[in-house]
Design a protein around this ligand. Sequence first.
Ligand code: BTN
Length: 306
Amino acid sequence: MPLRLLPLLTDRPQSGDHLGQLLGVGRVTVNTLARRLQEEGVLVRVSRAGYALEPGTPAPGLVPLRGEFGRALCYRGTVTSTQDELRFWADAERHPAPHGAVVVAERQTAGRGRRGRTWDTTHGTLAFSLLLREALTLPELARMPLAAGVALHAACTDLGVPCGLKWPNDLLTPDGRKLSGILLEADLRGEEARRAVLGIGINVGAAPQGAAHLQEAVPQLTRAEVLGEVLGQLEHWLAQPAPAVLAAWKAASLTLGRPVRVATARAVVEGVARDLDEQGNLLVDTEKGPTTVSAGDVQLVGTLNP
Ligand code: BTN
């Protein structure tokens, strides 16, 4: 029931009477619904002027969209994970989520990170998932994490935030603190992916201990603005051919040419990150010779100079 009120709210206050008329209820009920939304984690401001979402909330109508991604946008308070919420919507019998649909939430009770880790969604972070419904070949799927990293880098650079990429797609400040993370989950069918869900967490106005946030560099940035810019860049970069993605990734890299320690499923690889191969694998020069890493957690060894 409180979800009926949510699509009507914008960043401008609207009176209880007006909202009540739209919903066919009285203003006392509007107030109750607004309080329930607040309890669910939605940032509703209640003032003498009426009910509004906090400025910069990444809700429908408040995100400056450039292309098709995000035209179908679901904004929620608390969810388990936006990944689950988007899959649920994609599987709905009536009005299933289309290609480019986005679910964004204020809080996740079970946010997922790469390699089975949890993802802390604190107030001030932007957590969203994007649905890619077009069939993807396995090489296209393998390239997607790098393309998504390039898109995030392009968006944040355009917004004035200095940053670079750690393989495969962590966005870091020049001194090596994490600004955002990307999780790709795909449903495979034979030699192709039937659909993919790309989950992105960006520290916009707050960050967990040891990480960084975008407002450290550009204090006035809002989550709505960041979401619009990132979706525009994702739409562009996910459609680019492999050579263009690889070249852009290398230009944005904080990884290549540096000593690294890579934890893979089987071993720890230590050496100097030399290059990417055509599939986007990381080539590491180790004491025993060149090693190709297709998946793993990279630690940059030594200090980075801001
Ligand atoms: C990483 O480990 O660096 C990837 C983190 C990805 C987190 C995002 S937040 C939105 C989406 N929902 C999730 O549960 N995870 C992703």
